[in-house]
Design a protein around this ligand. Structure first.
Ligand SMILES: [Zn+2]
Length: 120
């Protein structure tokens, strides 16, 4: 019996959906904070050091946003795998992912052993 019990899967699904919701909020608030998204700056003859700062801020936002998007795709994959009933099975070796690990990261797709091997 490889599959997780239904209660755990249900619990993980709820956590994934909650996290997805939060990510969507974070992403939209990040976009609102991006100085490049602010159309007023077009009328703003700011000094070049302000421009440079905005550039850096923009890059920082981009980095955070891409990180959040990556997390979002992990969550979506995990949710898809719940639907496919392959949730909790390691993508690499096909063995069940440790339940403890899923409790820490509900979006985990590799078991601890494979994760460690892949990091090398
Ligand atoms: Zn594995």
């Amino acid at each position: 019996m490889n599959s997780l019990n239904a209660d755990i899967t249900k619990q993980m699904k709820k956590r994934l959906l909650d996290e997805k919701e939060k990510l969507l909020q974070t992403l939209s608030s990040l976009k609102a904070q991006d100085p490049f998204a602010n159309t007023d700056r077009l009328n703003d003859n700011a000094a070049s050091d302000t421009e440079a700062k905005e550039e850096t801020d923009h890059e920082r936002y981009e980095a955070i946003i891409s990180q959040q998007r990556k997390r979002m795709s992990e969550i979506e994959l995990a949710l898809k795998r719940i639907e496919d009933t392959t949730y909790g099975i390691c993508l690499n070796c096909g063995k069940p992912i440790e339940q403890k690990r899923l409790l820490v990261n509900p979006a985990a797709v590799y078991c601890l052993t494979c994760e460690k091997n892949l990091e090398k």
